[in-house]
Design a protein around this ligand. Structure first.
Ligand SMILES: [Zn+2]
Length: 181
């Protein structure tokens, strides 16, 4: 049987921080992130983070520190009983012309192959046009978080995606939607 997944951006989707994190101590999770991810997990979704971390290529963040931040986030979720299957991150900047930087769908296709995921039954919850565009290229359903920061980029997205106010609203929508299919 194939698996289904929810892919998540982290800046401004799971955590409040908009600027590139430099230290794990800077992480501020949105209050309802844990409820949202637990709901998705209980409904059979594998959870992945897909993010661009151009700070590494630009020398603002070491790859060790990038890994530390990822480990802290994974452990924080694990403490709540939430299994983050993998954090996929692109350490390049857009000028590097790599294959893995969102909006390319590279990591979504990798996850599909490695974890036997059906992308058309999966979702991307994001807050930036790159999230929407990488998901659409991989035939993944999209939910856009129209919070204070998501609203800044909303005008760049065509056609308009499904909108939710926050991660918990997005999770509830996904669960209701699948139960009707
Ligand atoms: Zn890359």
């Amino acid at each position: 049987m194939k698996n289904k997944a929810v892919f998540l951006n982290w800046d401004v989707t799971l955590i409040l921080n908009e600027k590139c994190l430099e230290e794990p101590s800077e992480i501020i999770f949105f209050d309802n992130v844990f409820d949202a991810l637990m709901t998705l997990q209980q409904n059979g979704f594998m959870l992945f983070i897909v993010l661009n971390q151009p700070g590494i290529s630009k020398g603002k963040l070491s790859s060790e520190k990038g890994n530390d931040i990822g480990s802290v986030i994974t452990e924080r979720f694990a403490n709540e009983g939430i299994k983050l299957v993998r954090i996929f991150f692109c350490p390049h900047s857009k000028e590097d012309g790599c294959l893995c930087c969102k909006p390319t769908p590279h990591f979504l296709n990798e996850a599909a192959k490695e974890f036997n995921i059906i992308l058309a039954g999966s979702y991307f919850i994001g807050s930036h046009p790159d999230d929407i565009n990488n998901a659409r290229q991989a035939d993944v359903n999209v939910v856009y978080i129209l919070n204070e920061i998501g609203v800044k980029y909303y005008h760049e997205i065509y056609p308009k995606p499904l909108l939710k106010a926050d991660i918990l609203d997005a999770a509830k929508f996904i669960i209701n939607h699948i139960s009707k299919v």
